[in-house]
Ligand binder design. Structure first.
Ligand code: PRP
Ligand code: ZN
Length: 286
């Protein structure tokens, strides 16, 4: 029988959609029946288990799944021993302390002796012990944000992403304990055949991630400006310079990263570049 790698993904929620998109871009399609908890793929030897995100770290640590995608928040909270293979760049959020909007706040000392509702008691316990704060940490499973309003707690410690949940509940974020994003995790001591499949998977994910964080740029420049412009453009090796039919002009092609994008474009214009075209890259093999 063919070896398959088994991955645990969030069934629904903030990481599900981005995880599915990542696999689709990597050429891996799943056939998921409605309500089904398992899916397989015709285009890659992989099997998916759809789970609650809270259950993913243990499922991978126990080897029920070989790999998984989960938020760092969930992974640290559960504390299971797994390998973090890769940060995935989506599902970004922070774990923050928030208090009722109307109250004054002068610093972490505010929390001394207070009752705090959270679904992340372990992370909060570690954070407070590092900061020397003694508080009453009250674990609740969901809807943490309503706890202060109904008199169940003085404050909350929860995931903040857009911040709209806090606004809707008249709370204000006063301290960030940790930043989190989606990570690919693997069980310790993966079997060699599965490690090989993981490597193939990573090769595809790398190509997708590199492509989405880079753009292909084409521009025209007078020949006497080419040297200056080439210095601005890093490129995968060095930029391609081609003569245009119009004598005295060249066409320059290169790859620039999303991070430095606007900065580089401004410099190109300032150095005489014209007709700048920016093209998305489908896949990038490094
Ligand atoms: C988290 C958190 C808040 C919300 C914050 O819940 O508990 O309710 O997201 O996001 P916002 O700042 O964009 O409003 P999530 O949707 O992850 O569900 P869960 O608590 O059931 O895991
Ligand atoms: Zn959750």
């Amino acid at each position: 029988m063919e070896t398959k790698i088994r991955i645990a993904l969030q069934k629904k929620g903030r990481l599900n959609e981005d995880s599915m998109k990542l696999f689709k871009e990597a050429g891996i399609k799943f056939s998921v029946g409605s309500g089904k908890l398992v899916a397989s793929s015709a285009s890659f030897p992989i099997e998916v288990l759809f789970l609650r995100d809270d259950d993913i770290p243990q499922t991978v640590a126990d080897g029920v799944a070989d790999i998984g995608i989960v938020g760092e928040n969930e992974m640290y909270e559960k504390g299971f021993d797994v390998d973090v293979v890769r940060k995935l760049g989506f599902g970004k959020c922070r774990l923050s302390l928030a208090i009722p909007k109307a109250l004054e706040y002068e610093g972490l000392k505010w929390f001394e002796g207070k009752k705090i509702a959270t679904s992340y008691p372990n992370i909060l316990k570690d954070y407070f012990s590092k900061k020397g704060i003694n508080a009453d940490i009250h674990e609740i499973a969901g809807s943490v944000e309503i706890a202060p309003g109904i008199g169940l707690a003085d404050a909350i410690f929860d995931i903040v992403s857009s911040g709209s949940t806090l606004v809707a509940n008249r709370l204000k974020e006063v301290d960030v304990a940790m930043h989190s994003e989606a990570v690919l995790i693997a069980k310790k001591g993966l079997e060699p055949e599965k490690q090989e499949l993981l490597d193939q998977l990573l090769f595809r994910l790398n190509a997708v991630q590199a492509a989405s964080s880079n753009k292909y740029v084409l521009l025209n420049a007078p020949n006497d400006k080419v040297d200056d412009i080439v210095k601005i453009l890093p490129g995968m090796k060095s930029p391609t310079v081609l003569p245009l039919a119009d004598k005295g002009w060249s066409s320059i092609h290169s790859v620039i990263s999303e991070k430095e994008f606007w900065d580089v474009i401004d410099k190109l214009k300032a150095n005489g570049a014209q007709g700048i075209l920016i093209i998305p890259i489908e896949k990038m093999i490094l």
